[in-house]
Design a protein around this ligand. Structure first.
Ligand SMILES: [Zn+2]
Length: 480
């Protein structure tokens, strides 16, 4: 597997500053402004170097407190403000002195807050025992637990998480950090108005990785050999699932290439991110897909000519065990034994199996309706309505008028209404006319928007070149 660093990593880093506590941000900005004034007078290559140095320091705020980081920034500032060659002007000297004083003031303020101790939550621990272990009274637990917005979160503590306490010389808890995981923590601080808190979220560094595989037995084995997780394999299959039938069409010699994101924090891999570009060769025919994020922030996969990789609708909105009733305009109803057309497909599935929205759209109805039981109607573009009946329960977060995306869970299989056993009754209506969901011709999902075409083309060319380049390198190294 080959890795190369991703330009975005640097950009992501700089956004770390947004998550800074407001008050500290002001100080940082002030100090930074002073530095930039001096840096402005330095040669441009030096400017670049100092800028990235600052970003790096600001980024590392998981383990240190904002004030500790500030100290680090201030130190960097003090160093940065001494130009080694150029002679200092009077103005530069004043700014340097100011920065030095500011650094000293911050350091003194920081020392007064006390030292840190870290406790790891063990099973059976609760907030009281942990605070007790840190030498803090029940009164402090009570006060910190009523911190607006975030105090309640402290009841979520789980084994393996950590609490970092900072206690000053008077025995007051001045700061506390609840580290939820590698990327998320909540920072509490004692103020004149009691404890305040804010959430701190780190952005992992994103690197781009490449892998490829050739199928001998199955896609699963080939992707495992290529170092892919099962989740990534499913994503790859999902990506090309509209063009290749992975159950029937796969042959020995089929191959795939992909570039994807790997997420790192402090040099340690946290996990994989998105597939950025991929190609799949099936029986000599190659399909390619590129991930593209539009100006509105929505991401999707497109072929190199800008067509969507998927259809506007899923053929089946549920993982079913068998079709229990087909689309049949002349059917005898299983309960009423009279001739009642069945203008839907019934998919038998275990009670509780998730039901997915077949396509993007808006909730037209959600709730109970006599024979349908718990039912969801989705209004899609081009006057298509899909209907999902007999649900054990609907997704409580959805309401009439809400937007849903293809594949989003809208409810769960059940047998409410007139049903003999758990199944999904699925209808597909075009202009108010029921169509057979199994045979209806599904339209392609929307291609890349006109306003995005130029950007997409440039992005696609770059991604495909990267994919080709790695594929080439791989072939060359295989031949040696
Ligand atoms: Zn039915």
């Amino acid at each position: 597997m080959k890795k190369l660093s991703f330009k975005n990593a640097m950009r992501d880093r700089s956004t770390g500053i947004k998550k800074f506590p407001k008050r500290h941000l002001l100080v940082v900005t002030g100090v930074a402004a002073a530095v930039m004034t001096v840096i402005g007078l330095l040669p441009s290559s030096q400017v670049e170097a100092k800028r990235s140095e600052m970003e790096l320091v600001i980024d590392g705020h998981q383990t240190a407190s904002p004030k500790e980081e500030l100290k680090a920034v201030a130190v960097t500032v003090a160093v940065a403000t001494v130009p080694s060659v150029a002679k200092e002007t009077e103005e530069q000297k004043i700014i340097r002195e100011q920065a030095k004083q500011e650094a000293a003031r911050i350091a003194a303020e920081d020392a007064a807050l006390g030292s840190w101790q870290t406790l790891t939550v063990k099973s059976g621990n609760n907030l009281s025992t942990l605070f007790d272990n840190a030498g803090l009274s029940a009164r402090v637990v009570y006060n910190i637990a009523k911190t607006p917005e975030f105090g309640k979160k402290l009841t979520d503590i789980r084994p393996g998480q950590t609490l970092k306490f900072r206690v000053n010389a008077e025995g007051t808890l001045t700061q506390m950090r609840y580290v939820q995981d590698r990327l998320n923590s909540i920072f509490f601080e004692n103020t004149d108005k009691g404890y305040t808190a804010q959430k701190i979220t780190l952005t992992p560094e994103v690197r781009v990785a490449y892998t490829h595989g050739t199928i001998k037995n199955s896609l699963f084995l080939a992707s495992q050999k290529a170092g892919m997780t099962q989740k990534m394999t499913m994503e790859l299959a999902g990506l090309f699932g509209w063009d290749v039938d992975f159950a029937l069409d796969i042959r020995e010699g089929d191959s795939f290439n992909l570039i994807y994101e790997e997420k790192y924090l402090d040099g340690e891999k946290l996990g994989n991110g998105n597939i950025l570009a991929a190609s799949f060769t099936n029986r000599g025919e190659t399909f390619k897909a590129i991930r593209y994020t539009d100006k509105g922030g929505d991401s999707d996969y497109y072929s190199p000519d800008g067509k969507s990789m998927k259809k506007a609708f899923l053929r089946t909105p549920v993982d079913f065990t068998r079709i229990s009733s087909k689309f049949n305009p002349n059917r005898l109803h299983p309960i009423f034994k009279t001739k009642r057309p069945h203008r839907a497909v019934d998919y038998a599935a275990k009670r509780g199996t998730p039901i997915k929205a077949a396509g993007d759209g808006r909730i037209k109805f959600i709730g109970r309706k006599k024979g349908y039981g718990n039912v969801v109607y989705i209004q899609h573009p081009n006057n298509v309505v899909t209907l999902y009946a007999h649900q054990s329960r609907v997704n409580k977060k959805l309401k009439k008028g809400y937007r849903v995306k293809q594949g989003q869970i809208i409810g769960y299989v059940g047998s409410t209404g007139w049903a003999t056993g758990p199944h999904l009754h699925y209808e597909f209506r075009v202009n108010g006319v029921h169509r057979n969901p199994i045979t209806v011709k599904l339209p392609d999902a929307a291609p890349i928007a006109k306003s995005e075409r130029v950007n997409f083309k440039a992005h696609a060319n770059k991604a495909l070149a990267q994919l080709e380049q790695h594929n080439g390198t791989m072939l060359a190294s295989n031949e040696q």
